[in-house]
Ligand binder design. Structure first.
Ligand code: A2P
Length: 318
């Protein structure tokens, strides 16, 4: 399995298991099966509301001698209601408690959007705090503190534009090592990739398969189905593999990590096997031609009436 090596020598496997949308009652078996198959990177978040079951599966695999904690890479994320320096450590300790682990490998600021403490999801614009009320640099100091405490071995961000990343980098004592963002052939993000590469920030791609299992409220009316894209399907047919494998291999081949979600043993295995697929220069050229800068998770759920956010201020795009 290809890995990315961080400044302290730690290595993160480029292919991880996503657990967003994995239902309670299913996610534990999926994590256990994934570890059995050879996955060593599990991507979690407190807002996915399944960390206790994910943790039970991880601890079960460790107790059964299938893997050691040190061989695993476990990521979790700070939810938006715990922005602010003083709130980070309690939130991280809650995730550690839910997972039943002593440390995380990576902790990410999930979104650059502070919401009111105690509010899980904003119900009105009032639940969203103005960005200046809880500056990202303040939250980042909390992230640096949990790194210093050894509660996590690495820290990073998610859904950050280049501009927001620069804001954090400008005053960071410990720099973000990862930016986890939506990325797939319809949203290739070349500028963000270049900016992150220049800053030494690794990119993890979420929704690599188009997250077709998102709740309807998070879907647009005329959404393209990435797994049925004709170019991707044609490349898959030429290689005798599945479209999902083409989509996964496309990231891995350029050194980008990715976290396809599955709760099906057969698809877990198929997705892991994508690490062995080599796309040709001509395949890569055809995929490059698919970019539409099309977001599937566009953050419009932050734009309730009275919200201080717009899509422009969220993504820093015109
Ligand atoms: P399932 O969990 O039943 O396997 P994303 O990772 O972009 O969020 O996409 C996840 C969605 O893609 C889920 O609906 C998942 O379903 C499905 N999926 C995962 N792996 C594959 C695969 N190899 N082929 C087709 N669909 C897949």
């Amino acid at each position: 399995m290809r890995t990315v090596t961080f400044a302290n020598g730690d290595r993160m496997p480029l292919l991880g298991l996503g657990t967003w949308k994995s239902a309670p009652g299913e996610v534990g078996a999926a994590v256990r099966e994934a570890i059995r198959l050879g996955y060593r990177h599990i991507d979690c978040a407190s807002v996915y509301a399944n960390e206790p079951e994910v943790g039970e599966a991880i601890r079960g695999a460790i107790a059964a001698g299938e893997v050691t904690r040190e061989e695993l890479w476990i990521t979790s994320k700070l939810w938006c209601n715990a922005h602010g320096q003083a709130n980070v450590e309690p939130a991280l300790r809650r995730s550690l408690g839910d997972l039943g682990l002593e440390w995380l490998d990576l902790y990410l600021v999930h979104w650059p959007v502070p919401i009111r403490p105690g509010v899980a999801f904003p119900g009105s614009g009032d639940d969203l705090l103005p960005p200046a009320a809880v500056p990202l640099t303040d939250t980042w100091q909390g992230m640096e503190a949990v790194l210093d405490l050894g509660l996590t071995h690495h820290i990073g961000v998610s859904n950050f534009s280049s501009r927001k990343l620069q804001q954090v980098l400008a005053s960071a004592r410990r720099q973000p090592e990862v930016n986890q963002v939506e990325r797939h052939p319809l949203l290739q993000q070349p500028q963000l990739l270049a900016d992150c590469a220049a800053a030494g920030v690794h990119i993890t791609a979420y929704s690599p398969l188009g997250s077709g299992d998102r709740p309807a409220a998070l879907k647009g009316a005329d959404e393209p189905v990435l797994l049925e894209n004709p170019v991707i399907s044609a490349i898959a047919a030429e290689h005798g593999c599945s479209p999902a494998q083409v989509l996964i291999a496309w990231h891995l081949q350029s050194g980008i990590s990715t976290i396809p979600k599955s709760v099906s043993p057969a698809r877990l295995q198929q997705n892991l096997a994508a690490a062995d697929l080599e796309l040709s220069p001509s395949d890569l050229e055809r995929i490059a031609g698919l970019d539409q800068h099309r977001r599937l998770v566009d953050g419009s759920f932050w734009l309730l009436e009275g919200s201080p956010w717009s899509l422009q201020t969220l993504w820093d795009e015109p």
